[in-house]
Design a protein around this ligand. Structure first.
Ligand code: UDP
Length: 479
């Protein structure tokens, strides 16, 4: 009986944390909907996720990790390490190809950044779906920039232009656009090709967050798409939330105990994601800005950019993060976390009332789902576009005022000063009519997010619709 065969889906995430995490959440929810899910990843990523997958297996979810072995002497970026979109992941394709030839799953879901996958998987005739790691709004902005001439008549990088063809008036400058998107490139062409060879795109978003843009993708861009998120909400237990993505290196209980001692909505949570790497002189400006604002905070200090430039060295000699940390602790003003923080648990704590974020898509959605307004501090990737969604379209955040896109590998040119930090923190954390409005708006979106993933919700329905299509293809294949 064909109808009772479980649909087998392979999930092939890109390498960095911001890509692995949402795709594993997606694999998990597909398994909950009866699909047999297999995640294809690298050895050290597999080790990071094994605990949470074992827990899923114990509760009888049909989900496994398959570890791809790569040719000797090839080094791949792993979770938390810099894996920008330009990273060449093509060495992984040969083992993936062999696997597909052997097992022939009903479908493979491929991250959009594995752009070499288009030709290889296309040839094998295994149905392919592209996983779009960011939302509908950034997708539309980037697509319209690719299709229309937008940069040619600009006299400088700081001159603004209106993104053509969009339902909202979105103003940007060239310096906010990822360098690999400023010109027509092999990169963007290949990403477009992989979509053309796919059945459609899976997007980590939900209809009520960006209905106009969800419709735009279908009606104006002519894409078949399924909105299946926010996928972070598929982590229901404390264990899952804590270990999502990685074994936490921070004792979550002491962090939550500290939050328990704080008033509702009083603490600012600060994190710049899994890849960002700020120089010490920028950390110093953040620290002074925070101290001047006098608002309680939890700050996850990620990797620090090891600058060879003398001014940064001088700065770190004169100013020591450890001392700031000690002082803040003694005054009971703030916690500095070094390592991998349990972000979902922190964000959903009642004491957290604001989130200073680099606007990575996952963090943005996680803040929204927790009903917390944002301070936007975009750095790289499509983060400046996500900022526009937060501040101009949804109106649930304030900008710190960062202006310049920077690549992952190089030291950032732009330094955001302490005055800007203090101003943005006070604007968001000191209650005002404006902030009350933002809070009301973001809480209402958070409610809609929860409804979207429940039975009867839009994302729940899109997952079932996609699985139904795969079942029909499966039956067709066997006949
Ligand atoms: N994250 C976390 N703890 C950390 C840092 C990051 O759990 O200390 C998670 C965060 O919750 C999010 C992901 O890592 O799910 C980061 O993805 P995002 O798209 O926000 O940014 P990226 O790391 O890709 O720049």
């Amino acid at each position: 009986n064909h109808e009772t065969d479980a649909v087998k889906v392979y999930f092939f995430p890109f390498l960095g944390g911001g890509h692995q995490i949402p795709m594993i959440d997606t694999a998990r929810v597909f398994a909950k909907h009866g699909v047999t899910s297999t995640i294809l990843t690298t050895p050290s990523n597999a080790a990071q996720f094994q605990n949470s997958i074992t827990r899923d297996q114990k509760s009888n979810l049909p989900i496994t990790i398959y570890t791809l072995t790569t040719p000797k002497n090839t080094q791949l970026p792993e979770i938390g390490m810099s894996a920008g979109p330009m990273t060449d992941s093509s060495v992984l394709l040969e083992p993936v190809k062999q696997l597909l030839l052997q097992h022939r799953p009903d479908c493979i879901v491929v991250d959009m950044f594995h752009r070499w996958a288009g030709d290889i998987i296309g040839e094998l005739k295994v149905p392919m779906i592209v996983f779009n790691g960011n939302g509908c709004f950034p997708r539309c902005v980037l697509e319209n920039m690719r299709k229309h001439v937008v940069f040619e008549n600009l006299s400088s990088d700081s001159e603004s232009f209106i993104v053509p063809g969009l339902p909202d008036r979105i103003e940007m400058t060239r310096s906010q656009v990822p360098s690999f998107r400023r010109n027509k490139s092999e990169f963007t062409d290949r990403m477009a090709q992989i979509e053309e060879k796919s059945l459609g795109i899976v997007i980590n978003s939900f209809y009520d967050l960006e209905p106009v843009y969800a419709d735009y993708i279908r009606n104006e861009l002519g894409k078949k798409r399924w909105l299946v998120g926010p996928v972070s909400l598929y982590n229901r237990s404390v264990e899952d939330k804590k270990e999502r993505g990685k074994q936490p290196t921070i004792d979550e209980q002491s962090c939550l105990n500290w939050l328990n001692s704080k008033k509702s909505n009083s603490v600012l949570y600060i994190s710049f994601g899994s890849v960002a790497c700020l120089p010490m002189k920028q950390l110093k400006e953040i620290a002074y800005g925070l101290e001047a604002s006098d608002q309680p905070f939890i700050w996850v200090v990620g990797k620090i950019f090891n600058s060879s430039k003398s001014d940064d060295q001088t700065c770190s000699e004169n100013w020591v993060l450890d001392e700031f940390e000690k002082r803040m602790k003694e005054m009971d003003k703030g916690l500095i976390l070094r390592g991998w923080a349990p972000q979902l648990l922190i964000l959903e704590h009642d004491a957290v009332g604001g989130f200073m974020t680099h606007c990575g898509w996952n963090s943005t959605l996680e803040g929204v789902c927790a009903g917390v307004p944002l301070i936007t501090w975009p750095l790289s990737a499509e983060q400046f576009i996500n900022e526009k969604l937060v501040t101009d379209v949804l109106r649930i955040g304030v900008q710190v005022g960062s202006r310049e896109w920077g690549s992952w590998e190089e030291e950032r040119k732009e330094l955001v000063g302490r005055e800007k930090v203090e101003f943005a923190v006070n604007k968001l954390m000191v209650e005002s009519e404006e902030v009350e409005e933002m809070r009301r708006r973001v809480k209402s979106i958070a409610e809609k997010a929860k409804r979207a993933v429940e039975e009867g919700g839009s994302s729940y329905g899109d997952i079932d619709a996609l699985i139904h299509e795969l079942k029909i293809l499966q039956i067709g294949k066997d006949v």
